[in-house]
Design a protein around this ligand. Structure first.
Ligand SMILES: CC(=O)N[C@H]1[C@@H](OP(=O)(O)OP(=O)(O)OC[C@H]2O[C@@H](n3ccc(=O)[nH]c3=O)[C@H](O)[C@@H]2O)O[C@H](CO)[C@@H](O)[C@@H]1O[C@H](C)C(=O)N[C@@H](C)C(=O)N[C@@H](CCC(=O)O)C(=O)O
Ligand SMILES: Nc1ncnc2c1ncn2[C@@H]1O[C@H](COP(=O)(O)OP(=O)(O)OP(=O)(O)O)[C@@H](O)[C@H]1O
Length: 451
């Protein structure tokens, strides 16, 4: 199928996930939407270029299978077909993994498109992947220095600085290259590796021609890419910076918990770790250092990372695939910008924060509605990477009592709801245990606190 002007999802009722192809250091994950009613099949190839990693180590076939199974969500969502067929033999655990990634990771997509059945397609597969699993064991060791995923925002900065404070020398990692990520890496002074991921252009064309579109669990895809990168680079654990607040769902719908951040959640972390265990690999290959921390506690740690203040960007609009649509700094209007601003306001002071954002979003009445949502006073939590209502409430209660901020338009409006906000703040999520952090990393966050 070439450039298309019309795409009817009803004509594509089966997605075929094919085996990855390898050419040099470029891996292609291949998918087909099978046409019916006279429609031609649509073929896709998504590429992952590992050429930036100085290694000739062969790709692990188990991780490549996991990559093909995970990245398929982007193509599945184009028509949300009844059936997903897998063209190579897999294990029962891999089949359960695919079902869970679709059910958990496409919740927001299904809700926005009102497609509840999209969360439970039929899986058509044949068993047999175990043979390959038994064959391969690798030289992976927990003692090797870790690979730290960098997203350009405050969370990965906290992990980087904590690991440095604990005397580790991690290699930093990103999928594709974005200015805030490059800048954070430069400030860290550490070395880095990058994998270039290209989603198939046909998918973008289909979006304009009638395909279903919406959010996909991008952190799941980045995580599997990171596991492959660490494996071929001879590194240890993949360290993520997924926080406790990522476990909090946005809403319930048709019996499903809908969570924008599902692939950052403990549920996905445990799912991926159990896949590694099923592959005969050490689950300690993957964990999040910040798993037990709510966003507010991460912000407490980030306030000391002053060297990054002028370069970090958490706003998702800086990470669009299409460079012409990319914002270079904070947009100052999306939920994530507003959330990060209010969280940092009581912690790093007005002048510094307004300089970072090039504006004061708390003195702009147009932001009031969104702040009310973020504080849980209206609607549901926005579909963005934002923390719990109680954390926003706590920050506003602090700001109301702080003469530096109390006169700002949004803070004044919030003062009308002071009693409700105080009640919400009193229920702030406490720091939790994070049982997945391997023993050698147990004291790492403490090293940053006492620095
Ligand atoms: C940058 C961003 O926020 N993108 C979301 C946005 O897409 P948009 O069209 O504005 O820009 P692109 O990201 O460039 O995507 C172009 C189209 O390609 C599709 N697509 C993209 C990546 C992919 O892996 N598969 C794809 O099919 C995409 O659907 C577009 O049609 O809106 C989209 C629709 O809601 C979102 O899907 C885009 O989200 C990206 C996948 C993305 O990278 N988002 C992260 C910034 C993000 O949301 N991270 C979460 C982490 C949660 C998780 O579970 O992973 C967070 O910060 O909470
Ligand atoms: N392009 C990317 N390449 C590799 N890892 C990424 C990329 N984008 C995000 N991540 C990782 O995914 C996880 C979730 O990203 P998230 O955006 O929440 O974190 P962040 O950018 O570090 O901080 P913030 O929450 O302030 O944006 C983090 O571990 C982050 O490092």
């Amino acid at each position: 199928m070439g450039v298309t002007t019309e795409f009817n999802p009803a004509d594509y009722r089966r997605l075929l996930i094919r085996e990855c192809q390898i050419e040099g250091r470029v891996v292609s994950a291949r998918y087909s939407l099978i046409g019916s009613n006279g429609a031609d099949d649509v073929e896709f190839a998504e590429t992952f270029d590992f050429g930036g990693i100085d290694s000739t180590v062969a790709f692990d076939p188990r991780l490549l299978r996991l990559l093909a199974l995970t990245a398929g969500v982007s193509y599945y969502k184009a028509s949300a077909p009844e059936t997903v067929s897998i063209d190579f033999p897999i294990t029962e655990s891999e089949a359960a993994y695919v079902a869970a990634v679709i059910r958990g990771g496409l919740g927001e997509f299904a809700f926005e498109n009102q497609l509840p059945d999209a969360l439970t397609p039929m899986l058509d597969y044949r068993l047999g992947g175990d043979v390959e699993i038994a064959a391969a064991e690798s030289a992976w060791t927990l003692d090797a220095e870790p690979l730290v995923a960098v997203g350009g925002g405050k969370d990965s900065v906290v992990s980087i600085e904590a690991l440095k404070a604990a005397g580790r020398t991690p290699t930093l990692f990103s999928v594709n290259r974005y200015q805030p990520i490059e800048d954070c890496i430069a400030v860290s002074g550490l070395s880095s590796v990058h994998v270039l991921r290209k989603i198939d252009r046909t998918l973008i064309e289909l979006n304009g021609a009638g395909a279903y579109n919406g959010h996909i669990p991008v952190t799941a895809i980045n995580s599997v890419i990171a596991l492959i990168a660490a494996d071929v680079a001879g590194l240890g654990s993949v360290v993520m910076s997924n926080e406790q607040s990522a476990d909090i769902e946005n809403l319930s719908w048709h019996g499903f918990e809908i969570n924008h951040q599902w692939s950052k959640s403990r549920e996905y972390e445990n799912l991926l770790r159990s896949m590694l265990a099923d592959y005969g690999m050490d689950p300690a290959r993957y964990f999040s250092l910040l798993r037990g921390l709510p966003e507010s506690d991460i912000a407490d740690l980030f306030r000391g990372c002053t060297a990054y203040f002028d370069v970090f960007v958490s706003c998702n609009r800086s990470f669009a695939l299409d460079e012409s649509r990319r914002r270079s700094r904070w947009c100052g209007e999306c939920p994530k910008c507003l959330f990060v601003f209010v969280l940092l306001a009581p912690r790093i002071g007005r002048d510094r924060l307004c300089a970072i954002f090039a504006q004061n979003v708390l003195d702009n009445d147009q932001n009031t509605e969104l702040f009310l949502e973020l504080a849980g006073l209206t609607a549901h939590k926005p579909f963005e990477c934002v923390g719990d209502y109680s954390e926003v409430a706590e920050a506003f209660v602090d700001l109301m009592d702080d003469s530096e901020w109390s006169d700002d338009a949004v803070v004044r409006r919030m003062a009308d709801d002071r009693t409700r906000l105080m009640a919400s703040a009193a229920n702030r999520v406490p720091v939790a245990e994070s049982e997945n952090i391997p023993a050698p990393y147990a004291g790492v966050l403490g090293a940053l606190v006492s620095r």
